[in-house]
Design a protein around this ligand. Structure first.
Ligand SMILES: *Cc1c(COP(=O)(O)O)cnc(C)c1O
Length: 374
């Protein structure tokens, strides 16, 4: 029998995180309240410098969300209606939504079933004369194979825009997520590894001209004020979010270490399960930041049900791959056109991995999973 830890185990416990930094956060928010400077300004600029440095980039441009980071990055490379952008169908909707909102066409390339990231070996066959860019998604906190993707992009002169929404601080071959493409897009949605107390995001880049263009697009294309050479939008980040994020950034490495510790513990404690019964994420050669710890089991829905019954938080990321979404029906992808993404959507389940997870809680999760799969 599985012992239930009082109230079960949530998938994510932001209250526990808040308790550990409450005084710092309240002081930071107070600073903004005293200043009454709410939009952009010194807190946002300081956060931009700090996140850019953390991500190995020369520039950071704070924006209103991860979704808007993708949108404004694609606007900045001048993506046009009819252009094609290659990306993964196994991701959060925003990745392809941003492409579509500019009138361009998402071209889906199936994933590598072990990493859940876009399979570089399949990308080249999807390149056409209309392809402008590739958006690799560093899913669950693990970088896509950026050496292979970079080589393809160079051969065909394509822009690489990294969707690093789940991967701040992750690395590929010694380079940080966000620093390897023309631009990297970060999300500060509360459930991300660096989460705001509301919406927020950032574009990071080493390209001076692109950074300048994104800064202008962020404020309706205005430069100087009230003079518009290009049409942008309101993609601004507010100062309270920036102040909170600056506090949290100081803790991010220790939180990441906690996530990695928990991932190792899961592998140790569930390692006895046969690989046909449960496939656990592999640590990989580069820094994985475990935004999610996603296991794969053949009868996923039954496991989901029994975990929920004993109060273990878990979630399916993502139940419907993007090529099967109703809004993309006109793209014409057939039922089994992306078999690895479809299998992942049927068989994967995210377990609690947040850094404040106690040993007792982890043991409750492990016992419930092992009980069910035995
Ligand atoms: C969260 C997320 C986004 C969007 O970020 P928001 O801040 O929620 O707009 C984009 N792509 C991926 C892969 C994400 O996980």
């Amino acid at each position: 029998m599985t012992a239930i830890v009082g109230g079960g185990v949530p998938l994510l416990d932001l209250k526990a995180q808040f308790r550990s930094i409450e005084d710092e956060v309240r002081a930071a928010v107070d600073r903004v309240l005293t200043s009454q400077h709410f939009i952009m300004g010194p807190e946002v600029e300081a956060l931009e410098r700090e996140v850019a440095e953390y991500s190995g980039c020369a520039h950071g441009i704070g924006v209103s969300s991860g979704t808007d980071a993708l949108l404004v990055a694609l606007m900045a490379i001048d993506l046009k209606p009819g252009d094609e952008v290659i990306t993964s169908p196994y991701t959060f909707f925003a990745t392809a939504g941003a492409i579509s909102r500019l009138g361009a066409r998402p071209v889906f390339v199936d994933i590598d079933p072990a990493s859940y990231n876009i399979d570089p070996a399949r990308i080249e066959a999807a390149v056409t004369s209309r392809t402008r860019a590739i958006i690799p998604v560093h899913l669950f906190g693990q970088c896509a194979d950026m050496d292979a993707i970079d080589a393809i992009a160079r051969r065909h002169s394509l822009a690489v825009i990294e969707d690093a929404a789940q991967a701040i601080g992750a690395e590929w071959n010694g380079r940080r997520a966000g620093s390897m493409g023309r631009a990297g897009c970060l999300s500060f949605f509360p459930s991300k590894n660096l989460g705001a107390m509301g919406d927020g995001g950032m574009v990071v880049t080493n390209d001076d001209a692109l950074a300048e263009r994104i800064r202008v697009l962020r404020v309706h294309g205005s430069k100087p004020k009230y003079h518009h050479k290009i049409v942008g939008g309101n993609f601004r980040l507010d100062a309270i979010q920036a102040a909170v994020l600056r506090v949290k950034l100081r803790h991010l490495d220790s939180w990441t270490a906690g996530r990695q510790r928990n991932a190792d513990a899961y592998r140790r404690k569930l390692g006895h399960l046969r690989p046909e019964t449960a496939f656990l994420p592999e640590p990989g050669p580069w820094r994985h930041v475990y935004n999610q710890f996603v296991i794969r089991v053949p009868e996923r829905d039954r496991l989901l049900e029994s975990l929920r019954k004993v109060g273990i938080g878990c979630e399916v990321y993502y139940p419907v791959p993007l090529h099967r979404q109703e809004c993309f029906a006109d793209l014409g992808y057939g039922e089994s056109s992306m078999p690895h993404s479809e299998a992942a959507a049927r068989e994967t389940l995210a377990l609690p991995i947040y850094p404040e997870l106690t040993e007792l809680q982890m043991d409750a999760v492990v016992a419930a999973v092992a009980d069910h799969l035995r």
